[in-house]
Design a protein. Structure first.
Ligand code: A2P
Length: 316
């Protein structure tokens, strides 16, 4: 099965909303769901998937389900247990795609102690901080390959890797990564990284394809940071009788990236899927691409220090 180019992102969907949101998304036509242990809602997502299948809205084999290995499970001996926990929570016997969530190895926290473990090693400590683990990424990748060998996962990939890490990965990968998932939107086009990934044959999935909108509720962006008010976006929207969000999502597809927008609003869910009936011109594409200002909203080098009192840059 090919990965549908528009997926539904489950990050920040509250557990209590997952069941209704998934039913609504499947009804709207989504078949690709982007999950992660760290989103803290996989059990609820699993209930939503099971309910959608039981209601006859779809079959398991029609769905593309992605999940991600959390940072505390990078040591090879923890990778399979972490994957099996996601499978159990999601109610699945295989994943279509399993990604290394971040190139950041953190000290192990047992599943039965705290799940998902998140970033801070011991939240009850006097000075709660992140605790690094000394695990090289090639060891984690070998354990990911073992999951594919056991057919627990059909494809493996990486997220939040930079170009140097991709070059390195390609020197040792026995099973090639299928996908690179990265933050990408008109303010952060990452042209070189996207081009490099494609040169190596990886598909690129853009998370936060609408840019700042993902981060307003987290206080990591202001409402005024949105790309949807940019004149080149609004004028293309008017010209094609589409919304600014549809123009930005279409731009992402046309530059060859998959997208995983999230919306808990049924109307916007449908809006975000209805982008295959128009094309942006070369000039419109170029104008939107020219908005790039290398503005990254999801940067561990920033938020780990602000939120976890831990300095851990990975892109600089
Ligand atoms: P909502 O769920 O209320 O629709 P992400 O980038 O993580 O996928 O988040 C997308 C953010 O943008 C969410 O806050 C979502 O809010 C909002 N959003 C999703 N689709 C649209 C749209 N078509 N128009 C405007 N805002 C949208």
């Amino acid at each position: 099965m090919e990965m549908p180019s528009i997926g539904f992102g489950l990050w920040k969907v509250a557990a209590e909303d997952c069941r209704a949101t998934i039913a609504e998304a499947v009804r709207a036509g989504y078949r690709h769901f982007d999950c992660a242990a760290d989103y803290g809602n996989e059990a609820a997502v699993g209930e939503g998937i099971a309910a959608a299948i039981a209601e006859g809205l779809c079959r398991r084999e029609d769905l593309w389900i992605t999940s991600k290995l959390w940072n505390t499970f990078h040591a090879p001996e923890h990778v399979e247990a972490a994957c099996r926990k996601s499978l159990d929570d999601l109610g699945l016997d295989y994943l279509d795609l399993y990604l290394i969530h971040f190139p950041i190895a953190l000290a192990f926290v047992p599943i039965e102690e705290r799940y998902p473990p998140e970033w801070i090693h011991d939240p009850a400590a006097d000075n709660p901080v992140m605790q690094r683990a000394s695990v090289p990424l090639h060891q984690t990748w070998a354990a990911m390959e073992a999951l594919a060998d056991k057919e627990l996962v059909r494809n493996i990939g990486v997220s939040n890797y930079n170009s140097a890490l991709i070059h390195d990965l390609m020197t040792y990968a026995r099973i090639r990564p299928m996908t690179l998932q990265i933050e990408a939107h008109p303010y952060l086009t990452q042209d070189k990284l996207v081009r490099l990934a494609k040169d190596y044959g990886l598909q690129v999935t853009a998370f936060s394809p609408l840019g700042a909108l993902s981060y307003v509720e987290l206080d990591m962006a202001g409402a005024g940071d949105t790309v949807l008010n940019e004149p080149c976006v609004t004028s293309a929207a008017a010209a094609h009788d589409k919304t600014p969000a549809q123009v930005v999502l279409r731009w992402a597809l046309q530059r060859g990236t998959s997208i995983i927008p999230k919306s808990t609003n049924p109307e916007r869910m449908r809006e975000n899927l209805a982008i295959d009936d128009f094309s942006l011109s070369e000039d419109e594409m170029a104008a939107i691409s020219a908005l790039n200002s290398n503005r990254r909203f999801n940067d561990p080098g920033v938020f780990c220090e602000l939120a976890f009192d831990s300095f851990h840059p990975i892109y600089d």
